[in-house]
Ligand binder design. Structure first.
Ligand code: NAP
Length: 241
């Protein structure tokens, strides 16, 4: 039976590095993205160039109808397939001080990050529980642990995913489905391009931003059989932040 790993937002940044890592571990990787097909295609080619296997799957994780329709169709066409690993990585930020924050800024960030994680996890966890094996890895943020000024929407969404991680881990542990969260600090991707890196580096004990590939190594470990006794945890990767 062919084993698949689905990475939401697998087309760019941390998701791309995770897709490359999981393909190198032998998974056929399903690269989800929302709209930037060109970058998704680049990730696909990168994996193929390394001798790995992958396919693209476009849907907006925040749209429950799209998530359900696309996954149902895929499951129908791939009856023997087994999605063993789910990396809930897709995310957005829309920073503003709370007293200026619009309803849209609040709802979009909560919907994509938190509701999106719920929709896709609900769709896949039942198969993992039935098969008595699975790995769910949720990418959260230091912002969801300590809070970050200007990010009440994002901090709330990421803290919500941490709660989901811990509760689902309790529901799933007996069936050998592990559920963990990774909380990156500042990682060099498109998401952090607009930040003042020089100023922020002074606040990071390691004195630099992290690389997407460094996060992908941790994703790879949590996705592996070696991490079978780790569940319900939030693991930081932030250069000491
Ligand atoms: P990024 O470079 O901005 O990439 C975001 C990815 O998510 C893209 O593949 C994008 O696809 C996809 N995406 C966005 N909205 C989506 C939606 N509604 N449905 C499906 N896919 C969607 O982000 P990143 O820096 O790699 O961040 C990845 C994760 O790590 C996020 O959850 C982020 O919150 C978290 N994180 C990042 C940092 C950091 O410093 N970079 C720190 C802490 C946590 P399209 O290109 O098609 O839109």
């Amino acid at each position: 039976m062919k084993k698949y790993a689905l990475v939401t937002g697998g087309s760019r940044g941390i998701g791309r590095a995770a897709s490359v890592k999981l393909a190198a571990m032998g998974y056929c990787v399903i690269i989800n993205y929302k709209s930037n097909e060109e970058e998704a295609q680049k990730t696909l080619e990168l994996i193929a160039g390394n001798g790995g296997e992958a396919q693209l799957m476009r849907f907006d994780i925040g749209d429950v109808n799209e998530v359900t329709a696309v996954l149902d169709e895929w499951m129908d066409k791939n009856k023997d397939a087994c999605i063993e690993v789910l990396v809930n990585n897709a995310g957005i930020r829309k920073d503003n001080l709370l007293f200026w924050m619009s309803d849209n800024e609040w709802h979009n960030v909560i919907n994509t990050n938190l509701n999106g994680t719920f929709y896709i996890t609900r769709a896949l966890v039942k198969y993992m529980l039935n098969r008595k094996y699975g790995r769910i890895i949720n990418i959260v943020s230091v912002s969801g642990i300590t809070g970050m000024a200007g990010q009440t929407n994002y901090s709330a969404a990421k803290a919500g995913i941490i709660g989901l991680t811990k509760a689902l881990a309790l529901e799933s542990a007996k069936k050998k489905v592990t559920v963990n969260a990774i909380a990156p600090g500042f990682i060099d991707t498109d998401m952090t391009k607009d930040l003042d890196q020089e100023e922020l580096k002074r606040r990071i004990p390691a004195g630099r931003f992290g690389k997407a590939e460094e996060v992908a190594e941790l994703i790879g470990f949590l996705a592996s059989g070696k991490a079978s006794y780790i569940t319900g945890q939030v693991i930081g990767i932030g250069g000491g932040l």
